[in-house]
Design a protein around this ligand. Structure first.
Ligand SMILES: O=C(O)COP(=O)(O)O
Ligand SMILES: [Mg+2]
Length: 225
C-alpha cells in the first residue's frame, strides 16, 4: 500500500490570515511624520499592501508627492522595517475564525504553510507573538528565495520547505500575486474575499471564498483525500 503525502494548504499572511492593516498603517504614519509629511488613512494604505515592504514604502512616498521626492528610499525602507517588526503585533490579529479553520484542516490531515511577501523575520515574529507558529510547517517570506510572489518559485519553494508537492497543495490569498503564483505553479487557488484585494484580483482563482469558515470545506473539494 502506498502512503500518500499529506495535503498542504498554503496561506498568504496579510489580508488572509492576519488583519495587519492597523499596524502597517500606524507604521506608515510614523514614517511619514518622521519626514514631516501629512498622515494617510488606513483605507488608502490597504490597496498598497501585498507586494512587500519596499513597494509599500515606495507607494507611500509616491502618494506624498513632490514633498517626498528627495527622500532616500533605501533609508526609508530600513527605517520602516526597524519600526514595523517590533510593533507588528500591537494591533494586528488573526481574522476571526482563523483558529477554527486551522483546526478543521488539521483534523482532516492537512499540513499548513505560509507564503508571504513580508520579510520572513517579521512574518515569523507575528506568528510567534500571536501564538500561531505551531500551526505552520514552513514559512516562505518575501526574502526567503531569489524571487517572490507573483513568481511561482516563491510558492514552489515554500511547498518544498514544507516537504510537500505541488500536486498535493492548494494556495489561499487575497491578492492578484497569490493567484498568479498559484497559477504559475499549477496549484489550485482560493481567493480570500475578506482580505485587502480588489474584486478584479479574483481573476484566475479556482474558487472564491466569502469567509474563512468556508476554507476547510473548499480545500477538501479542491483536493479530496
Ligand atoms: O505586502 C506585504 O508586505 C505582504 O503581503 P502578503 O502577506 O499579503 O504577501
Ligand atoms: Mg495578502
Amino acid at each position: 500500500m502506498t502512503v500518500s503525502l499529506p495535503r498542504l494548504a498554503v496561506f498568504d499572511m496579510d489580508g488572509t490570515l492576519i488583519d495587519s492593516l492597523p499596524d502597517l498603517a500606524a507604521c506608515a504614519n510614523r514614517l511619514l511624520s518622521h519626514y514631516g509629511l501629512p498622515p494617510i488613512t488606513p483605507d488608502l494604505v490597504r490597496p498598497m499592501i501585498g507586494d512587500g515592504v519596499t513597494v509599500l514604502v515606495a507607494r507611500l512616498l509616491d502618494h506624498a508627492g513632490p514633498a517626498a521626492a528627495s527622500i532616500d528610499r533605501t533609508e526609508a525602507v530600513t527605517r520602516y522595517m526597524a519600526d514595523y517588526t517590533p510593533h507588528s503585533t500591537d494591533l494586528s490579529r488573526p481574522f476571526p475564525g482563523t483558529i477554527g479553520m486551522l483546526e478543521g484542516l488539521r483534523d482532516a490531515g492537512w499540513h499548513m504553510a505560509v507564503c508571504t511577501n513580508k520579510p520572513v523575520a517579521a512574518a515569523r515574529h507575528i506568528l510567534k507573538v500571536l501564538d500561531l507558529e505551531d500551526w505552520f510547517i514552513a514559512v516562505g517570506g518575501g526574502d526567503s528565495f531569489s524571487t517572490r510572489k507573483p513568481d511561482p518559485r516563491h510558492l514552489l519553494g515554500t511547498i518544498e520547505l514544507a516537504d510537500g508537492s505541488a500536486h498535493r497543495a492548494i494556495m489561499t490569498g487575497d491578492h492578484h500575486n497569490d493567484m498568479a503564483t498559484a497559477i504559475g505553479a499549477h496549484v489550485p487557488a482560493i481567493f480570500a474575499r475578506w482580505g485587502y484585494g480588489r474584486p478584479e484580483m479574483e481573476a484566475g482563482a479556482t474558487v472564491g471564498a466569502d469567509s474563512i469558515s468556508e476554507i476547510t470545506h473548499l480545500a477538501g473539494e479542491l483536493l479530496p483525500t
